[in-house]
Design a protein around this ligand. Structure first.
Ligand SMILES: [Zn+2]
Length: 350
């Protein structure tokens, strides 16, 4: 799939797909399983293009009618199924007024797939169906879809894409060949941010480290707001350690205000945890520790003697952060949760 040189980091699943295609042993259904934002759908589209490419030399060629139609989203033999919320977020349809878009894949769309599969392909060799976020089929829909999965024909390929394979019925999973997609290497994400988004090298490294292998997340964070928020959270965190009780209450209030309090707070706690982790790594020292930092641009600050915290203390802090995050998953009050967490951290310092 050399015409897609910008797909990096998934050599293994791509090689497996390519081998199956070259040997004429394409499976009826594949399950692309892996974290969000690592490029599963891009690989699926490249595979769909390769399967139907009309160029005898190189598939996908990127310029035949089939490849062109796939790129434009107008190929008669390719169907992309997604829930309404996903289609709204992609700008493919307008949200209906007064109603939040459905997060579930509709049975009607799945029935349409079954109907398409009864016909021969129009243009290419294969009819290909991509089911985006396949876990958004509820159990009932999955059972319904099983019938389509169970009736393989030589010219149909189903590509289920999911970050939550555990949400799929065992009967569905067992009918697919599973391809695992891992997180992307930091270097791949940093390079993409630099080249595609014009992010400067230093920031690209930080964002790549923070994205935990998801290019999608890194792109979301690439705006200035995210790093500013991180700086604010680190500033607040340090203020609580150095200040008095009034500071602590003020910080808890600042971090838990606003209508998105719970979501913001979860993100802030995540940033604090990464900060503690970086303190731990810096404390261990050694030449290689710099490369392991998430907050790459804060290496100097982390190395200052007044930043040193005992590893036992850091472990306790991380435990308090973990507890606060799990409390937020229930219906705990955000502000009280934050106050309790910060207080517990302060009093547990060794
Ligand atoms: Zn082509």
């Amino acid at each position: 799939m050399a015409v897609y040189p910008d797909i990096l980091g998934h050599e293994r699943p791509m090689a497996l797909l390519e081998k199956a295609r070259a040997n004429g042993r394409v499976a009826h259904a594949y399950l692309f399983s892996g974290p969000d934002g690592v490029g599963k759908e891009r690989v699926a589209m490249a595979f769909a293009a390769a399967l139907n490419c009309q160029d005898p030399e190189q598939q996908p060629c990127g310029h035949c009618e089939s490849c062109g139609r796939i790129a434009r989203g107008s190929h008669p033999d390719l169907r992309v199924v997604a829930c309404e919320a996903e289609r709204v977020s992609r700008g493919e349809r307008e949200p209906e007024k007064g109603r939040s878009p459905s997060q579930q894949i509709r049975n009607a769309d799945l029935d349409e797939v079954a109907a398409i599969f009864r016909n021969r392909p129009y243009l290419g060799k294969y009819k290909v169906v991509l089911i985006v976020d396949a876990e958004r089929m509820n159990a009932n829909s999955q059972n319904r879809f099983l019938k389509t999965l169970e009736e393989p024909s030589d010219d149909t390929v189903i590509l289920l894409i999911t970050a939550h394979p555990e949400a799929l019925l065992a009967t569905v999973r067992s009918r697919c060949q599973v391809l695992a997609f891992g997180p992307l290497p930091r270097a791949v994400i940093a390079k993409t941010l630099e080249e595609r988004e014009d992010v400067d090298a230093q920031r690209a490294l930080v964002l790549a480290a923070m994205s935990q292998g998801s290019l999608g997340r890194a792109l979301q964070m690439a705006g200035d707001a995210f790093l500013a928020q991180r700086d604010a959270v680190i500033g607040s965190f340090e203020r609580v350690q150095a200040g008095d009780m009034a500071d602590l209450l003020e910080v808890a209030g600042e971090l838990s205000k606003g209508s998105q309090a719970k979501e913001d707070l979860k993100q802030s706690l995540g940033l604090m945890e990464l900060w503690c982790r970086d303190k731990m790594i810096t404390g261990l020292g050694g030449e290689s520790s710099l490369g392991l930092l998430i907050n790459q641009d804060k290496a100097e600050e982390l190395a200052r003697p007044d930043q040193a915290v005992k590893p036992q203390t850091l472990l306790r802090w991380m435990e308090h952060i973990r507890r606060a995050r799990s409390a937020l998953r229930t219906n705990a009050n955000p502000r009280l949760t934050m106050e309790r967490c910060l207080l517990a951290m302060r009093t547990s310092r060794l």
